[in-house]
Design a protein around this ligand. Structure first.
Ligand SMILES: [Zn+2]
Length: 385
C-alpha cells in the first residue's frame, strides 16, 4: 500500500519516502497540481523560493512548471538541478497499483520510480544537507518532458533569463545508468529531425499511363538517393548520423488506378556536425530534384558538453560513492538537456534505466540513497570550484 507522506518532514524523511510521496501523486503528462504541491512542500522548508506557473495553450499546453531557488552569498556559483515530474501512462499489467508506491524486497515500485521522481527525491535529499552559504542552488522542474515539451523547460528557461538566474552548471536527473548506478552519464545527445516527403502525380488508368503521371516512381527514386546519403562517419563523441525511412504511404486501394499522390517520412538522428535546418534544406533539395516537396520538423538539435571540469567532478563523485567508473556517452533519445544547453553546460546523470516507461517500473532503495550522496558531493564540489 502507498503511505501518506504528507506529514513527513523533509528533514527526517528518507530518500525513498520523498520518492514515495511524489509517486503517490498521479502525474501523467501534462502534469499539474498535486505533484507540484508535494515538491513545493519538500523544498520550501529548505529555504527555497518556489515559483510555479502555467504556460501554453491546447493542444500542447497548458503545462505546469516549477522553478525553485535558494540563493547563496552575493557572487556565489549557481548549480541547477533539472528534471520533470510528469510520467508516461502506466499501461497494463502492473503487479501493484502504479501510483501506489510499494516496497517489495530491495525495490520500490511505482510509475516514475526511475524516470524521474526517484532522482528528484535524491536531489531534494542532497540539498538539505548543504548549507545556504555554500552557494546558489536551483530546481528547474517541468510537468511536460514526456509530451510535446513546447511549454515546459523552454518556458522555464525564459523565466530564468528574465530573472537573471542563469546557472553555471546544470545537472539533468534522467535515468542514464545502465547495469549499475554510476556506469554512464550523458554529456551530449544527438539531434532529431523528421521530414515529411510528398510527390504529386496525375491520377489515371494503369492501362493508359501516357494520360497519367505516377508519383510513386519519383518517390522511390528520391528515397533511394536519400537512403544512400553518407551524412558523416561519426566524431570522437558521437556515432555517425543516421537517416531512416520511417513511413511510405500511398493508400491506393484500386489495382487499376495510378494514384494521384505518394508520401513518405524519414527520421534523421544527427550528431553535432549538423543542424536540423541544414539537414532539412539538404533533403528539400533532393526532394525537389525528384519533383516532390519536403517539410522538416525539428525535434531537437544535437549538443555536446565537452568533457572537462564538469564531467570530471561528477565522475569523481560517482567514483567516490560507488567505485564505478562512469562512461561518458551521447547515446539515446532526446531529453530536455537539448534546451538547457542554451544557457549552461549540461550533463545528465541518474538512476538505472532498465524499467523506465515499462510496467512495474522500480528502483533499488539502496540506489536512491547512493544517488543522493553522489548529487550532494557533486553540488558541494561544483559550488566550491
Ligand atoms: Zn525522463
Amino acid at each position: 500500500m502507498g503511505r501518506d507522506m504528507s506529514q513527513t518532514a523533509p528533514s527526517t524523511a528518507s530518500v525513498a519516502e520523498l520518492a514515495e510521496a511524489l509517486i503517490a501523486c498521479p502525474s501523467v503528462t501534462p502534469a499539474a497540481g498535486m505533484v507540484f504541491d508535494c515538491l513545493e512542500g519538500q523544498l520550501k522548508p529548505l529555504g527555497f523560493e518556489v515559483v510555479r506557473f502555467v504556460a501554453g495553450e491546447a493542444p500542447d499546453g497548458p503545462v505546469e512548471n516549477l522553478f525553485a531557488i535558494r540563493k547563496g552569498p552575493e557572487g556565489s556559483r549557481h548549480f541547477a538541478f533539472a528534471g520533470h515530474l510528469d510520467v508516461v501512462p502506466p499501461g497494463e499489467g502492473w503487479t501493484s497499483a502504479p501510483f501506489m508506491p510499494e516496497r517489495r524486497g530491495e525495490l520500490l515500485y511505482g510509475r516514475g520510480a526511475v524516470d524521474m521522481k526517484g532522482s528528484i527525491a535524491a536531489m531534494v535529499a542532497a540539498v538539505r544537507e548543504i548549507p545556504q552559504d555554500a552557494g546558489t542552488i536551483s530546481f528547474v522542474i517541468t510537468g511536460d518532458e514526456e509530451g510535446p515539451a513546447r511549454f515546459g523547460t523552454v518556458a522555464l528557461i525564459d523565466l530564468m533569463r528574465e530573472r537573471g538566474d542563469i546557472p553555471d552548471l546544470c545537472l539533468v536527473g534522467e535515468p542514464t545508468s545502465v547495469n549499475r548506478l554510476g556506469d554512464m552519464m550523458k554529456i551530449g545527445r544527438r539531434g532529431s529531425v523528421n521530414i515529411f516527403l510528398e510527390v504529386e502525380g496525375t491520377q489515371g488508368h494503369v492501362a493508359y499511363p501516357h494520360l497519367a503521371h505516377n508519383p510513386i516512381t519519383p518517390l522511390v527514386a528520391m528515397l533511394a538517393e536519400l537512403n544512400g546519403l553518407l551524412l558523416d562517419e561519426g566524431t570522437d563523441w558521437f556515432q555517425a548520423s543516421n537517416l531512416e525511412v520511417t513511413d511510405i504511404t500511398v493508400g491506393n486501394p484500386a489495382h487499376n488506378v495510378i494514384p494521384a499522390k505518394a508520401m513518405a517520412r524519414i527520421s534523421i538522428r544527427f550528431n553535432d556536425l549538423h543542424t536540423g535546418a541544414e539537414l532539412g534544406a539538404r533533403v528539400t533539395e533532393i526532394a525537389e530534384k525528384h519533383g516532390g516537396t519536403a517539410r522538416p520538423v525539428i525535434s531537437g538539435e544535437a549538443f555536446l558538453t565537452e568533457p572537462g571540469a564538469f564531467s570530471d567532478l561528477l565522475a569523481d563523485a560517482i567514483r567516490a560513492e560507488t567505485g564505478v567508473e562512469p562512461e561518458l556517452s551521447t547515446s539515446g533519445g532526446t531529453s530536455d538537456a537539448r534546451f538547457l544547453k542554451d544557457i549552461s553546460p549540461v550533463i545528465e546523470f541518474g538512476l538505472c534505466n532498465a524499467t523506465m516507461h515499462k510496467r512495474d517500473e522500480a528502483v533499488a532503495l539502496e540506489d536512491l540513497e547512493v544517488l543522493a550522496r553522489i548529487y550532494r558531493r557533486t553540488v558541494q564540489n561544483a559550488l566550491k570550484a
